[in-house]
Design a protein around this ligand. Structure first.
Ligand SMILES: Cc1cc2nc3c(=O)[nH]c(=O)nc-3n(C[C@H](O)[C@H](O)[C@H](O)COP(=O)(O)O)c2cc1C
Length: 186
C-alpha cells in the first residue's frame, strides 16, 4: 500500500479476531510510533502490551473501576466490564510520560506527541492488514485503572489500541470535503 492510499483510506475496526499481531508486525508498529513528531526529542510515551491472561487482569481493573463508581452495580454489569478487553486478542495501552515545568514543551505538547505515536500505530497496523481501534471511555481516565496499570505520578493513559485481525467489513468512510475545513490566507 502506498503512503497516500494509506493516509486517505485507513479505517478503524472494532470487530477483531485472533491471532494477535506477530512479533514482527508489533516491531513495525512500535517503530512507526517512535517516528511521531516530538518537540525537543522527549519521546514522551510508553506502551503496555496486553494479551492472553493480561487481558483478564485488565478486565479486573475495569470491573473494579465500575464498582468504585457504583458499589450497587449488579454482577452482570461487572462481568460485562471484565470481558471488555477480550474484544481483541491484544490491547496496547498508550501512556503519555509528562515532564512538567518545561516552558518550551508544555504538557499539552507532550500529550499530543503521545497521541501522534498512537495514531502512527493505527496506520502501521492497517498497512499490515491488521485491524485496530483506539478506545478510551471511563476506563482510560480512571485513577484506579491507572494505578493498577502502574502509571506514575506524571503519566497519563491516552488510550487503548485494540488490535487483531479484521473481523468484519470496513464501513464506508464518511464523505468529507477538505474545502469545508480550510480557510486560505494568501
Ligand atoms: C482519543 C480517541 C478516543 C476514542 N475512543 C473511542 C471509544 O472509546 N469508543 C469508540 O467506539 N470509539 C472511540 N474512538 C473513535 C474510534 O477510534 C474511530 O476513530 C472511529 O470509530 C472512526 O473510525 P475511523 O477511525 O475509521 O474513521 C476514539 C478516537 C480517539 C481519537
Amino acid at each position: 500500500m502506498d503512503a497516500m492510499t494509506l493516509l486517505h483510506e485507513r479505517r478503524s475496526m472494532g470487530k477483531l479476531a485472533g491471532p494477535a499481531p506477530s512479533a514482527e508486525q508489533l516491531d513495525a508498529i512500535y517503530r512507526a510510533a517512535l517516528r511521531a513528531p516530538d518537540h525537543k526529542e522527549m519521546t514522551p510515551y510508553r506502551f503496555i502490551e496486553i494479551s492472553g491472561e493480561g487481558l483478564d487482569r485488565l478486565g479486573e481493573l475495569f470491573a473494579r473501576s465500575d464498582y468504585q463508581a457504583n458499589p450497587h452495580i449488579d454482577d452482570g454489569s461487572l462481568d460485562a466490564a471484565r470481558k471488555k478487553p477480550r474484544r481483541a486478542p491484544m490491547i496496547i495501552a498508550v501512556i503519555a510520560r509528562i515532564t512538567p515545568d518545561l516552558p518550551k514543551v508544555p504538557p499539552v505538547e507532550q500529550i499530543i506527541s503521545a497521541g501522534c505515536a498512537a495514531h502512527a500505530m493505527l496506520y502501521a497496523a492497517f498497512a499490515q492488514g491488521l485491524g485496530a481501534m483506539w478506545r478510551t471511555g471511563t476506563y482510560a481516565h480512571d485513577r484506579t485503572v491507572w494505578r493498577g496499570l502502574g502509571l506514575g505520578e506524571q503519566e497519563e493513559l491516552i488510550g487503548y489500541l485494540y488490535l487483531g485481525q479484521p473481523g468484519g467489513r470496513y464501513p464506508d468512510a464518511p464523505a468529507r470535503n477538505p474545502a469545508d475545513f480550510v480557510e486560505r490566507w494568501s
